[in-house]
Design a protein around this ligand. Sequence first.
Ligand code: 16G
Ligand code: ZN
Length: 542
Amino acid sequence: MDLDAVKEHSALHAKPSGLVLQYGTAGFRTKAEHLDHVMFRMGLLAVLRSKQTKSTIGVMVTASHNPEEDNGVKLVDPLGEMLAPSWEEHATRLANAEEKDMPGVLMDISVKAAVNLQQDAFVVIGRDTRPSSEKLSQSVIDGVTVLEGQFQDYGLLTTPQLHYMVYCRNTGGQYGKATIEGYYEKLSKAFMELTKQASCSGDENRSLKVDCANGIGALKLREMEHYITQGLSVQLLNDGTKGKLNHLCGADFVKSHQKPPQGMEMKSNERCCSFDGDADRIVYYYLDVDGHFHLIDGDKIATLISSFLKELLLEIGESLNIGVVQTAYANGSSTRYLEEVMKVPVYCTKTGVKHLHHKAQEFDIGVYFEANGHGTVLFSKAAETKIKQLARELEDKKRKAAKMLENVIDLINQTAGDAISDMLVIEAVLILKGLTVQQWDALYMDLPNRQLKVKVADRQVISTTDAERQVVTPPGLQEAINDLVKKYKLSRAFVRPSGTEDIVRVYAEADSQENADSLAHAVSLAVFQLAGGVGEAPQLGL
Ligand code: 16G
Ligand code: ZN
């Protein structure tokens, strides 16, 4: 390692002294102007990680659903997964080292992680459409180059497309071709094969309105349109030609405000969906004939997809196990429906894709979705091999079911949640099951719920257990929540410190919206009083 060169180049990406950032659930994320040094250093770190794993590592420059002025960066591990936790710590240490200490910290990490510095390194880089992203990705490249790592800059990509590239490269092309055309060809072919199996093809050109959050999803979906020659036509809104990224639009806006994005004209019963700013989340929605807005979130997406997969498994008569993974934010009705009606085992993990992903790997087929629309389906290698074999060996109806499962394996981006891939799976399932958006929505009724934020002096005073459903500290808070929850029917509430904002999040659900609101408010007050609230006490209706 040429530490003099590192020092020299680092000076061009100097760290503002005193600035402390944390590699959180989604990497580093803050105002774009504070990130130059972080980008350079993540370029360095990606080289070390690549040498250590003897694999290609990905670096994605994006801040997902955050405002346009923000940016962020995360590293992608060899199988297209989120960075391993021990390396998150290295990342935080490296990003926060003061300028003069940085080369020493870099050396220390490479010793601690037993990196063979003679090993070659390869890094792939992608970025979203933020005005700051291009320059920041150049800083990543500077970091990679100074450690003599090789790289490929893919330029504009959705986050899941970068994950896909990493996985393809590390599996010798087995998962797919590591090019943007390879991605489009793989998914579109699987989609068309799958939808060809529909007994009545119905409407040839089913149309879907897609709110692209004025982000990268618009560019990529527009490119992909040419590959999907049947079964679906998409109409893109908030495609970035006028509006601002994530401003009054996108999956996060629609989910948290429970209303349509700006720029979306909805006729009753029209299927619409929203991506987030880097196209790894998706939610659906429609207006009913009375003009009421209906949100179909990640929970209902998981339900639709897992019920379809379960039917196919029953058809082929194979006892592959299927599990659904959710977080505490999953609507109580979805959990009940999955467990009691569909008889599918459901597991709850902490918030953050890496936790769900990890749990889902325990099953032959693991379906995971956060309520916010981030999720995918994982097939174990054994399950995939079995299904491919059955698709050749079985006869008639059974063979057809096995082939459909095989198509789903190709269509779903198994590296992490992918709005484009999820959208295609959902559209295919709706066609194959002959379901309208209202029929899908009617699988179960969401329990009314409310999410609130509470400002406290130090959100880390709140610690939780049981997948964030129970508070451990501060003392007395969980008892207070229990007492409040008892006052309402069908009620549930939990609180947790946010991983992305300096606030405490409160979630409550109950038998009516009024009760959910009132419970959420009462729990917010308890947090305010017992966990060091600052500013004005929470008020009902705010
Ligand atoms: C990040 C996570 C997302 C999670 C959210 C929670 C990834 C890629 N993203 O955006 O899964 O739902 O944080 O935010 O893991 P919160 O901690 O502020 O509630
Ligand atoms: Zn995102």
